[in-house]
Design a protein around this ligand. Structure first.
Ligand code: C5P
Length: 222
């Protein structure tokens, strides 16, 4: 029915930051709260979907009626996403760390040795969204990415949709003035592969989630 447009559909959502260990007590991370991704998972469940939420470390509660898989690193997130497939819709809302410390964290804390700050060699993390969107088989019919930008939001998002191979990009401005990162409201633009843009007003993250789920149900048809 109209209230449960995703009844019986499988939806996969990633959310939160990732933590990339430097040593046993330190990590690289970012300011993502997980609020937008968690709200999307909750809205999809309300719309009738069977939802798996793969979440990095967050302090917000698990959404009701959602299977939550907790991970720390980008590589763990990719493995959990692959294990959660197949899905009809995959929404990649996590703020995955682009880089991780190249060397495994080990069990010993890195010490100051008096010779000044150490170099921290980094290795590139897998791009989870691009990996799934470009899968030769078992690609979810609807793959959605996010683009958190601080400038030229639409230009960067248009380039991203082509590069990643997804079906929709939800772009938002996370420059400091907007208070989006860690905040409760969001102003998003939906960008399609042909470059067409639909801009929504500033809304609560729960309302963005609700509208996005309705939009995705429409794209999926049914
Ligand atoms: O390239 P950028 O990080 O700006 O792309 C953002 C989009 O890609 C988001 O949907 C994010 O969840 C996804 N992403 C990912 N794995 C990465 C980096 C980004 O899934 N390693």
């Amino acid at each position: 029915g109209a209230a449960r447009p995703l009844a019986g559909r499988r939806v996969l959502v990633t959310s939160g930051p990732t933590h990339e260990p430097i040593d046993p007590v330190r990590y690289l991370a970012n300011r993502s709260s997980g609020r937008q991704g968690h709200a999307i998972a909750e809205a999809a469940a309300r719309a009738g979907a069977i939802v798996t939420l793969v979440s990095g470390p967050v302090t917000i509660p698990d959404p009701p009626r959602v299977t939550v898989v907790r991970v720390e690193t980008a590589r763990e997130m990719l493995a959990a996403v692959e294990a959660a497939l197949p899905a009809d819709i995959a929404v990649f809302a996590a703020a995955v760390a682009d880089w991780r410390p190249e060397h495994e964290a080990g069990t010993k804390k890195i010490k100051k040795d008096g010779s000044g700050p150490a170099l921290l060699p980094l290795a590139e993390n897998p791009d989870i969204l691009a990996t799934i969107a470009r899968r030769p088989s078992g690609r979810p019919p609807l793959v959605v990415g996010f683009a958190a930008e601080t400038d030229a939001v639409l230009d960067h998002a248009r380039a991203k949709i082509a590069r990643k191979g997804c079906d929709l990009i939800v772009a938002n401005d996370v420059s400091a003035e907007g208070g989006v990162m860690g905040g409760v409201a969001n102003a998003v633009h939906l960008i399609r592969p042909d470059g067409a843009v639909e801009s929504w007003p500033r809304l609560g993250k729960d309302e963005v989630a609700r509208r996005l789920v309705q939009h995705l149900a429409g794209m999926l048809g049914g």
